[in-house]
Design a protein around this ligand. Sequence first.
Ligand code: AMP
Length: 366
Amino acid sequence: MAKTLTEPLAPGAVIGILGGGQLGRMAALAAARLGYRCHVYCPEPDAPAAQVTPLFTCAAYEDEEALAGFAEAVDLVTFEFENIPLGAATFLAPRVAQRPGPEVLRICQNRLREKDFCQSVKVPTTRYAEVNTPDGLARVVNDIGRPCVLKTAELGYDGKGQASIGPETDLDNAWRLMAGDRAEAPGIVEAFVDFTLEISVIVARGAGGGCQSYPVVENQHRMHILDQTIVPARVADKAAERAEAIARHLAEEIGLVGLLAIEMFVTAEDEVLVNELAPRPHNSGHWTLDACVTSQFEQFVRAIAGLPLGSTERHCDAVMKNLLGEDAGRWHEILSDPAAKLHLYGKTEARPGRKMGHVTKLVPRD
Ligand code: AMP
């Protein structure tokens, strides 16, 4: 039997966070403002989240003794990214309340299950099919047609484990890009979407079932990694309304308590197609830290702790830019711009493409 919380979490309680990245760090800082303490659990020493929390278990996600100790030490468990092994969440479920629950994690950590879920609740996605072997890839590509995109169904992020398949692409090469030298691997082939814009919506759903969403934002990627988020998205009202309605519908149907980010494509006909779900704070919501009454991180904490949700109203428009790798070395120059708000994640090694921080430029609303 999964443990549940019946009362709001009182200040002073301990929130356990699986995962130690920047999302956990910014969530822990928001939790501290509301009087909570956070306990981070992750295998990496000196993790960005652990740098700002008083309590830290540095152990593998498979270490049941450490997980049992963690469950004893916290009042509620959440996760800051969805690639946490499902086994850790199911091990914790009977021991300590978990929000969102393991079922949300199970759906959102696999692209096929995610798209099947969308279809099951009548939310449109691009056409897709499951693929597990190179032979299967040839059949599926034949069926879906080119151009299409091959993606790993699990553990993919920021374009890792993906291959675009154009008219001339050799399928063996595409398979190797996704699966390396494995002869079998869980994959998905998606029809290529000729989108005009990529957008996302972040919605919070509280323990009592009420939803609050943030405005629709526009996401621009470089090398498959989010480069900039522009607020608000330059999108037709009809598409924006549709995107918000989809976000709320998905949050309700999945039984969310927490935050859900939905990445979507907008086509030339203003059709909105869901690409990906993330049941946690999202990179495209970082601007809310500086431009909204309630940031996505505070909203996340409010939702999982059973508190009333906050206002998602924004004070101003914004452009958020990720600082990848060496970009973060510009910190001094960024700080000299009075309209720029700098956030660094405490990572020491500036590997190319690594998210080291972000900067939000505040733009007065007209
Ligand atoms: P993802 O990891 O699914 O978020 O994909 C990374 C990026 O690849 C997206 O933000 C899009 O720019 C692009 N992409 C992913 N799937 C498709 C698709 N089916 N059609 C066109 N572009 C895609």
